[in-house]
Design a binder for this molecule. Structure first.
Ligand SMILES: [Zn+2]
Length: 212
């Protein structure tokens, strides 16, 4: 991750809050679900507090944790229950500066069509947004079983990172739960959420046209 000036640090937090509101308006983080974080200099992670309504967050709804998940801020709130997913990504993806976890309808639907731990992605031009050339074989998106103990999912995510050594599309699914993405910056993480959403909606609409 590149160093940030205080201005950029401020801007990243503002972007996180904007993106949370945008996701809420899209119906991607309803019912206080979902969580967003950014990694700032010194391995400080700013993450949404547990239970906050994503349509109306302010800076006071963000907590600071270190790379091991220890809460460094003094506000009386708990970090998101899914903090362990964010930490797993920051530990293994050196350039990750933002992690977004959303619960979209389409990410839940397509998760039902995955097999052997992967969801094949459709061969669409939109894959170029991930830096994948149009003529290349479309990649698969990793998927994990849901588990009420999210830290157990995070352990599997770390195991996958060790196996793949970073050669992955910037995201993964949890079965009947949602999508997690990362990016170098909040802008890139937003772009990745939108790209996956487009690919998932294409898959859902294709299946419905085929009557499956
Ligand atoms: Zn979740």
């Amino acid at each position: 991750m590149t160093g940030q000036t205080p201005f950029e640090r401020d801007r990243w937090e503002a972007l996180l809050l904007d993106h949370a509101a945008h996701f809420y308006r899209n119906g991607w983080v309803v019912g206080t679900s979902g969580n967003l974080s950014v990694r700032l200099p010194g391995e400080e992670i700013r993450i949404t507090a547990s239970g906050g309504h994503k349509g109306a967050l302010s800076r006071g709804d963000l907590l600071t944790v270190d790379g091991d998940g220890r809460v460094l801020s003094d506000i009386l709130a708990r970090p998101s229950a899914e903090l362990s997913l964010h930490l797993a990504i920051y530990r293994h993806v050196a350039e990750a500066g933002a992690v977004y976890h959303v619960h979209t309808i389409e990410s839940n639907l397509v998760s039902m069509w995955a097999a052997n731990g992967e969801l094949p992605l459709p061969p669409l031009e939109m894959l170029k947004g991930f830096g994948i050339p149009g003529h290349a074989a479309p990649p698969s998106l990793p998927i994990f079983d849901n588990d009420p103990d999210v830290s157990r999912i995070a352990l599997q995510v770390e195991e996958l990172f060790r196996r793949k050594e970073g050669a992955m599309v910037p995201g993964f699914l949890i079965h009947l739960h949602g999508l997690t993405v990362w990016g170098k910056t909040p802008e890139e993480a937003l772009k990745h959420v939108e790209l996956f959403d487009f690919l998932f909606r294409f898959q859902v609409q294709s299946r419905s046209m085929e009557g499956r």
